[in-house]
Design a protein around this ligand. Structure first.
Ligand code: ANZ
Length: 950
């Protein structure tokens, strides 16, 4: 019987479905293990071979853990809301739901062919109302919560209301957008709208005024990476900075916990470092500066309080509220001009551009340490969203301040002893402070002779005592903007009464996305949901009704924005635990069983998006006891990218564009002037072009001519990103069809370490396929079809080969070193074939070992070996026995005058005398020794015997 992978794979994929082999239930008698892949966005292009890399890695681990006796959860689903389907809808009128469903079906078909052990009964789709009910539910709960900074957790807003009523806002310990002082009396005197406005300052999900990249041409907010040089990447429309009222999540309140949590999870150092930088904790001080001839007091944030004596000017962010307060009449026009210029600049450009721009406000501040009058400027390098949006500039010790001072001819006063003030050495953090540039100005306080660190501490203490400052920890992490002016996303469960948002009652969730007939913004610039006719909330009957009924008394308009892409992916791992529960996101006992994800695999591109948001989201749910673990993902592995191996043909340049194209083979191309052209890798085999297929590929190549080399056309190649435009996309379906899923799985793992990026090379796949054939040949004679397995007692050598393999594969899987595990299989199978081993006892172990990697062939052979009532998935993972691994022989290389001639095997305990005797009398030695004298025999233990002849 031959290895008929097509039949075998089809058979087992059916059986698995029929027998529900991969169905998982909570089984308290077993230890749980939860593996998870970052779920895919089902794009129209389908899967290419790069996509399943991570899935195969997790699948192997899941199967291995199951064989080790764990109850393994390995779910899969779809991140189904998103822009591409909506863009397609705008272009074609095709409803995004239709496109998405089609793409999901295609993904599923492709995934099914690869033989994953997903429990499809637990599938989730973020666009499914039964799923997004819980996304809306969580959002609602965030709206109903504030972050208590004393308790360090989210708390119900009702408690905050009680506290404000009793003690006013001054006594609150609550994360907020701005400090507001409201007495209990003032609170009670407020009307409902005013009270709601005040509460908004504390809610975890809040409507906030934030700066966004607004693109009037497209009628939407754009993300930073969708804007280049002030225009939209798509369409080239101008983009301006605009303050807009948007839903935001108070992620910043969790900054310290997000930082602390990194300490006890098993992620790579580089990923943790990326998150730390993103969170950006910075310890410093807020210091106040009085403005001369003005009531305004500027509060600035600095990490270098020690440089107070070197402050020679102040800089405000263009968006700062101080700007209006300090701009003088003479400077007004210049300031307005400048603000106009800044509006067109994105934050990214402001940070990365080294261009020096700015304008003087006309006002001066008083340096509280020196009493000096220092000019207040405005510049784009100070960002509105960080610190207080205002800085004290110390050009001698800060590079941007230095560049600014040089440009506008402002004074530069060095403070660090020996510091040479020039562009290169502005930032002398180490050193001794000498702070009295202007003798006699401040005699009360001196930092002279202190180290920078001591000076910072001393200054912080001093400003706190003097009431001109306070110690402050800042985080770079911003609150997440949570509104999108888009259709294809989760609707907010929100309606508006008197301009203030109210939540639709929990019992009425999900609020389903309505149908619309146009996907663009409305004529009046509203988001696409503005087209929905039935999109108003009847607060008496608690239901969605026609918009024409809006009276703002009992029927109100519903929010028109939808949630962003990361909403649906923030808690999906919790939903997989209990996907059909209508009463809870996840039932408490089920959550306590699965706890959190033990192994999470996905791409590095999610380091600062999804992996921050989902950690935040989970911590919020943890605060309410919904999730029993504070960190969602215990161990995380980033799989590398699979790159494409592109092929090229070389077209001979010809000015006559009507002439038939002529292509020259690689080795001959330098004889001509040529242009390389990407060619579809699927019509190239081993770098040799399939000429007929090439002619059929494009009508313009129909009558192409070829300059061949040895009768063949050889293509050039290069490693590039795998992408449709480079024609180097390899479809897994094609590989499965030609070689089988087991070969594909083995080959993807064999390509190299899982975390590394590596090129796909279809040419190499034959090796893995041949290996599986050899594996099969241990059971069946390929030519005669005779079943070879016998009950023989295995030889010592065979035992050693297999036990060595068990040990190696077990530790390789634990270390996710799958490529080395695959090569260990290859070595072992070669050894067993050489030893002519067909022992049932050993082959059965081999089948169990290979099951995680190549589950179809393993199931088939498992059954053939007589295990007809169980799946190999439940076969116990074999243990190795050290006794078989002890080396009892050694192989020595025998050399003559340093030249290696042959190898000889000895018992491990052979003495040097025995070795020497045996080597000198060996027949193979005699021909080298003949006619010469043996001068010396050198023996390097366990390695070499060198015979010196004369
Ligand atoms: C005086 C000073 C002297 C500063 C010196 C630095 C070096 P990190 O560490 O990132 O927190 N800064 C404060 N707010 C800013 C804003 N909104 N936009 C741009 N820059 C701002 O950086 C804190 C430092 O960055 C602060 O300390 C402030 O400049 C500046 F030798 O104050 B420093």
């Amino acid at each position: 019987m031959e290895y008929n992978f097509r039949e075998i794979e089809k058979k087992w994929q059916h059986r698995w479905v029929e027998n529900k082999t991969y169905k998982v239930v909570e089984d308290k008698t077993k230890k749980k293990f939860y593996v998870l892949n970052m779920f895919p966005y089902p794009s129209g292009a389908g899967l290419h071979v790069g996509h399943p890399l991570g899935y195969i890695a997790t699948d192997i681990y899941a199967r291995y853990k199951r064989q080790k006796g764990f109850n393994v959860l390995n779910p899969m689903g779809y991140d189904a809301y998103g822009l591409p389907a909506e863009q397609y809808a705008i272009q074609t009128g095709q409803h995004p739901a239709v496109t998405t469903a089609k793409n999901i079906a295609r993904y599923r078909e492709q995934l099914d062919k690869i033989g994953f052990c997903f429990d499809w009964d637990r599938e989730v789709k973020t666009c499914d109302p039964a799923y997004y009910k819980w996304t809306q539910w969580a959002f609602r709960k965030m709206f109903e919560s504030y972050y208590d900074t004393a308790e360090q957790k989210a708390m119900p807003i009702a408690r905050l209301i009680e506290e404000i009523t009793a003690k006013g806002t001054k006594a609150l310990h609550a994360a907020c957008s701005e400090e507001i002082d409201v007495t209990p009396e003032a609170w009670k005197a407020m009307n409902e709208v005013e009270q709601q406005q005040l509460l908004m300052n504390y809610r975890i999900a809040y409507l906030g005024e934030t700066m966004v990249n607004w693109c009037p041409g497209l009628g939407t907010v754009l993300a930073n990476d969708e804007v280049v040089d002030g225009v939209s990447v798509r369409g080239g429309y101008p983009v301006v900075q605009k303050k807009m009222r948007q839903w935001c999540l108070r992620v910043s309140a969790y900054a310290q916990r997000l930082l602390d949590g990194l300490e006890y999870i098993d992620w790579t150092d580089s990923l943790k470092e990326t998150q730390r930088n993103w969170i950006g904790r910075s310890e410093g001080a807020e210091v106040t500066f009085k403005v001369a001839d003005n009531d305004t007091v500027l509060t600035i944030f600095t990490t270098r309080a020690d440089t107070m004596f070197g402050v020679t000017f102040m800089v405000l962010a263009p968006e700062s509220e101080y700007v209006a307060q300090v701009t003088t009449a003479e400077q007004e026009i210049a300031v307005l001009d400048y603000l106009d210029y800044v509006k067109k600049r994105t934050e990214l450009e402001r940070i990365s551009d080294r261009k020096v721009t700015g304008v003087f406000t006309g006002s001066y501040a008083i340096n509280p340490f020196t009493g000096d009058r220092i000019p207040i400027w405005i510049s784009e390098y100070v960002l509105a969203g960080y610190g207080t949006g205002a800085i004290m500039a110390v050009p001698a010790h800060d590079s941007r301040d230095y560049a600014f001072a040089k440009h506008f001819h402002l004074p530069i006063v060095p403070l660090i002893e020996g510091a040479d003030v020039s562009e290169e050495s502005y930032d002398a953090k180490e050193g001794t402070v000498c702070n009295s540039p202007a003798e006699g100005k401040n005699t009360e306080f001196s930092l002279n002779g202190l180290s920078v660190k001591e000076a910072i501490a001393a200054t912080k203490k001093y400003v706190a005592e003097k009431g001109i400052g306070r110690v402050k920890v800042n985080y770079r992490l911003r609150d997440a903007i949570f509104s999108r002016q888009r259709y294809w996303g989760e609707p907010f469960p929100v309606y508006y009464k008197d301009g203030m948002p109210y939540m639709i009652p929990e019992a009425c969730l999900p609020l389903e996305l309505p149908e619309i007939d146009k996907y663009e913004p409305t004529e009046t610039g509203e988001p696409p949901l503005g087209h929905a006719k039935k999109w108003a909330w009847d607060a008496v009957n608690n239901k969605v009704v026609e918009k024409t009924l809006i009276d703002n008394k009992t029927v109100f308009p519903i929010e028109l924005c939808t949630m962003p892409g990361f909403a649906g992916s923030s808690a999906y791992y919790l939903r997989y635990m209990d996907p059909h529960d209508n009463d809870a996101l996840v039932a408490k006992d089920i959550d306590e069983y699965w706890q959190n994800v033990d192994l999470y695999v996905g791409g590095t591109e999610h380091a600062t998006g999804h992996l921050i948001y989902s950690r935040f989201w989970n911590k919020f749910l943890y605060d309410y006891g919904v999730s029993c673990k504070e960190e969602p993902f215990k161990k995380l592995i980033n799989q590398g990218m699979i790159q494409g191996r592109s092929n090229f043909v070389y077209r001979i340049n010809n000015d006559d564009h009507n002439a038939a194209p002529v292509f020259v083979s690689l080795a001959l191309k330098d004889k001509y002037e040529t242009t390389p052209i990407h060619v579809d890798v699927n019509i190239v085999h081993g770098d040799v072009l399939d000429i007929d297929a090439f002619k059929a590929w494009r009508p313009e190549y129909n009558n192409a001519g070829f300059v061949l080399q040895d009768g063949k056309y050889t293509c050039g190649w290069a490693i590039e990103k795998m992408s449709k435009s480079m024609f180097n996309v390899v479809n897994p379906d094609m590989i499965v069809e030609k070689y089988g899923a087991d070969t594909l799985r083995l080959y993807e793992m064999f390509l190299g370490p899982i975390e590394q990026s590596k090129p796909w090379d279809t040419n190499g796949i034959d090796g893995c396929h041949r290996f599986l054939k050899k594996f099969w040949a241990l059971f069946y004679d390929n030519r005669t079809g005779v079943f070879l397995v016998n009950g023989d007692v295995p030889t010592k050598d065979a035992l050693k080969s297999v036990h060595k393999l068990i040990k190696k594969v077990s530790s390789d899987i634990e270390n996710f070193s799958y490529n080395t595990a695959v090569s260990a299989f290859m070595i072992c199978v070669n050894e067993l074939a050489q030893q002519n081993c067909h022992s049932r006892e050993l082959l059965q172990k081999l089948v169990v070992l290979i099951a995680p990697f190549a589950p179809h062939i393993a199931e088939e052979l498992w059954e053939i070996l007589g295990n007809t009532s169980t799946s190999v998935c439940d076969a116990e993972w074999p243990a190795w026995d050290e006794q078989y691994l002890v080396e009892n022989e050694m192989q020595l290389t025998v050399s003559f005058n340093g030249k290696a001639r042959y190898q000889k095997t000895f018992p491990i305990d052979a003495s040097n005398e025995d070795i020497q005797k045996a080597v000198l009398t060996d027949e193979k030695s005699l021909k080298y020794i003949e006619g010469k004298t043996v001068v010396k025999v050198i023996i390097v233990p366990k390695k070499i015997v060198n015979i010196v002849l004369k």
